[in-house]
Design a protein around this ligand. Sequence first.
Ligand code: CU
Length: 291
Amino acid sequence: MKLLFTALAITSTLFLTQGCASQFKSSEQSTSGSAVAQEHHQMDGAANSHEHHSGQAESEPTAIAKLTVKGAIAPKTPVPLIIDVQDKNGKAIANFDKFQEQLMHLIIVSDTLDSFNHIHPTYKGNGRFEVQNNFPHPGNYTLFIDYKPAGKAEQVSLLTAKVPGEAPNTPKIDFSTSNTFGNTQANLKFSQPTLKAGQEVHVIFNLQDTATKQPIKDLQPYLGERGHLVIIKRTSPLTRADYIHAHAMKDTPDGEVHFITSFPKPGDYKLWGQFNRNGQIVTANFLVNVQ
Ligand SMILES: [Cu+2]
């Protein structure tokens, strides 16, 4: 039985402090290929998901997430993931507060940002969460783990996973602001004509039914809001600062969902808006440039 680990060298342009922890874990069941699971928890002060609200300093992360992968990671196969949340001394953190109706939100993207998954691991107690994920193709993936230790601020931990094999070519850059996703036509607009780093902006999704060409009328709450928006900067390697979780505004017209956010730095960002049409989740993604 062979166990093969490959360490991903992750460097960060952000300020890493003595608190940076790195762990590997993989089960003894791994028999072939390479499975990599690495925790990279940054203690930078500008990477909190609420940063876009007011830019307040983030409290020091109090938790560390560890990833265990059972067996080898293969593409297009459900891969069982185990996430253990611990304090700095390695002791399990057992209590979590729900936010947006869940104890943990897990966002998994490929490094090329062509693949996106938003799932909710099941809490098993004693700091342990479990979920299965389908990695669509070989390549490197980043896991953004969004959770709230009881009584503490929302935290985002970063993990990476490598799916062995030849990664597909990087998708070509497309800044179009209109596209069809299943039976939903989505048009993207902003409150500002030009997106500028650090500026508060409203991100507006106009949603039409492809059959009727009318604003959709079957929008239901999704995770307690009119929609869910995750924004990730197109960069390598990804850091916590590259992840933004925006909140939907409450009262907007039929077929329109508004989010308030700001983009911390110039660059390209991918947006994934998620909406609930009568129980069916539509994910509309766009790439935008910020100056
Ligand atoms: Cu979620």
